[in-house]
Design a protein around this ligand. Structure first.
Ligand SMILES: *Cc1c(COP(=O)(O)O)cnc(C)c1O
Length: 383
């Protein structure tokens, strides 16, 4: 089976992990801060906080922004469940904003309409979390303007989008947001096995996220909230935290992978250009780049006119060993979310997208002949 996504690990990656394994520290050592600095520099952010998953990074971001009971978090229904779940984990209420069908991204028109209504009903969101679906940034400038006007925080779920750019700057620079989160799960653009990172330009937020990452415990006297006893072994727990730390093995892998980011994105772009050329004469649309920046192309998705045809093409391609997939089942239709009153029909664009979309294989090990096979199978299924 040709998977829709998979990692690429070379000898440098392996050597980096082995060196970390043979070093004095398997966790809480010197490689993690090096990885964080390199990553922050690459995406032009002041700070990076690396953790054990993007889900953890999203959770820490929400906690650090004070999301809690009685608050609302709004996100896209066209995402992995984690984007919404972190709101529930903070005890907040979660709602969704419908998408645009040409990009699969949160619709800024739908957001504005929903904000006008929420303002009347006093149900304003504390945090809006756009999702950079398939590796392409949302319209962050407009989102930021709405954030200024209505007073909400912005966390970018950029799990798909490391290596992307927006209006001439890397996604992750947080020019129009409070925090940006990337995922290093193996199907994403870079991998640390499991892992994620939050970037931000706000020192206070970053300090809180670092504390929360490690039990809310500090040895730094300036962070202590009570008089410090003079014992050299003293530490204080100043808030309720978690253990979301990233290991040195993961950080070493991340540092090595980061050096190949540009190559990975270029490779994906080449493959996408080839798909676009080959598919231009077939009766399917493919996802478009909106022109405000460069997509990192985590996913290459198609949109069929006919949902029935989508489903039969899915089965025929799977039957030939082509690991097509569907991104995403709208989060509000999941059984867990339906118990809060959501149902089919609530976000029609996201549901239409779900019924008509198909993700083709796109990853750093996809060979030219494999890609040709995918195209041949697709042509045959559509003939
Ligand atoms: C993968 C993904 C996540 C979760 O990332 P993990 O690192 O697996 O926790 C969150 N949001 C989106 C959009 C994702 O694709």
């Amino acid at each position: 089976m040709i998977p829709y996504g998979t990692q690429s690990i070379d000898q440098n990656d392996i050597d980096a992990v082995v060196a970390a394994l043979q070093s004095d520290f398997l966790t809480q050592g010197p490689v993690l801060p090096r990885f964080e600095s390199a990553l922050a520099e690459r995406v032009e952010a002041r700070f990076a906080v690396a953790v054990n998953s993007a889900t953890s990074a999203l959770h820490l971001s929400c906690l650090a922004l004070g999301l809690g009971e009685g608050d609302w978090l709004w996100t896209s229904p066209n995402t992995f469940v984690a984007s919404a779940n972190v709101g529930k984990l903070c005890g907040a209420k979660v709602d969704f904003v419908d998408i645009d069908l040409d990009t699969g991204l949160m619709s800024m028109d739908a957001l504005e309409q929903k904000l006008v209504q929420a303002n009347k009903d006093s149900r304003m969101p504390k945090i809006v979390m756009p999702v950079h679906f398939a590796g392409q940034s949302c319209d962050m400038q407009r989102l930021h303007q709405l954030g200024q006007q209505y007073g909400f925080y912005i966390i970018e779920d950029a799990s798909h989008a490391i290596g992307a750019s927006y209006l001439g700057r890397p996604v992750g620079a947080c020019q129009f947001s409070d925090v940006t989160v990337f995922s290093f799960h193996p199907v994403k653009i870079l991998t640390t096995g499991e892992g994620g990172v939050a970037t931000s330009n706000q020192p206070g937020l970053v300090e809180t996220m670092r504390l929360l990452r490690s039990h809310g415990v500090t040895r730094d006297r300036s962070q202590m909230t009570e008089p410090v006893d003079e014992t050299p072994w003293g530490y204080q727990q100043v808030m309720l935290g978690l253990n979301y730390r990233m290991t040195e093995l993961q950080a070493a892998l991340g540092l090595s992978q980061l050096s190949k980011l540009e190559d990975f994105v270029q490779f994906r772009r080449q493959r996408v250009t080839h798909y676009q050329k080959k598919l231009s004469c077939l009766p399917v649309q493919s996802i478009v780049e909106h022109g405000q920046g460069r997509s990192a192309w985590h996913l290459f998705t198609l949109l069929f006119d006919d949902p029935g045809l989508r489903t039969s093409v899915f089965s025929r391609l799977r039957g030939k060993g082509v690991g097509v997939n569907v991104h995403y089942i709208p989060v509000h239709t999941q059984p867990f979310y339906r118990q809060f009153g959501f149902d089919w029909g609530d976000f029609p664009q996201a549901e239409d997208w779900y019924r008509r979309t198909l993700t083709l294989p796109l990853h750093p090990k996809l060979t030219f002949s494999q890609q040709q096979w995918v195209v041949d199978c697709l042509e045959e299924a559509l003939a």
